[in-house]
Design a protein around this ligand. Structure first.
Ligand code: PRP
Ligand code: MN
Ligand code: MG
Length: 181
């Protein structure tokens, strides 16, 4: 059976819509950072993998990339708000202009802590780019500088977003109709 035409999924944003929107974000970043040679795009694994790959190809500037993987402790019953660094950056970010790339901002806890951590390492500036923003579930105020789409409080998957590890490979953003299936 096909995963891309899985009947338990409803398409929210098509691959074409996502492509066009990410190109717009890349153009905005290229304008905002024009002339800057200090830019680092940091992808937060694993969810950001597809957005990061698309976005960096839409940014027409000299830049470097790096990745982090963090765990947010949100599988437990209580969210402590802290995160564990599972994989750290390979380059120092002191003095750098950082754009953190996420697939989704949900409670905001992951980005809240990440901006604290990266700020304490002496980044010159930190901005946030996210493919999706789910504002209804926010617990921490986060300034999002570049946002693809705002989504309703539904179980969204695809383009890097998973449900227990599944669906990251979908080329579109879908809503899982019945999460228990
Ligand atoms: C998801 C998502 C964001 C974070 C957003 O990652 O990719 O990184 O949660 O949630 P928050 O705003 O409530 O903190 P997850 O921890 O599921 O890891 P993954 O990227 O490997 O799927
Ligand atoms: Mn993630
Ligand atoms: Mg996840």
């Amino acid at each position: 059976p096909s995963e891309f035409t899985n009947p338990n999924l409803e398409v929210l944003y098509t691959a074409e819509q996502i492509k066009q929107r990410v190109i717009q974000l890349g153009q905005q970043i290229s304008q905002d950072y024009a002339g800057n040679k200090n830019l680092v795009l940091i992808g937060i694994l694993k969810g950001s993998c597809i957005f990061m790959a698309d976005l960096m190809r839409a940014v027409d500037l000299e830049l470097i990339i790096d990745f982090m993987a963090v765990s947010s402790y949100k599988d437990g019953t209580v969210s402590s708000g802290d995160i564990e660094i599972l994989k750290d950056l390979t380059h120092p970010i002191r003095g750098k202009d950082v754009i953190i790339c996420e697939d989704i901002v949900d409670t905001g806890l992951t980005l809240f802590r990440l901006t604290e951590i990266l700020g304490s390492r002496g980044a010159n500036s930190i901005r946030v780019a996210t493919l999706l923003d789910k504002p209804e579930t926010r617990k921490k105020e986060i300034k999002i500088d570049y946002c693809g789409f705002q989504v309703p409080n539904k179980f969204v998957v695809g383009c890097g977003l998973d449900a227990a590890g599944r669906y990251r490979n979908l080329p579109f953003i879908g809503v899982v109709k019945n999460p228990s299936l």
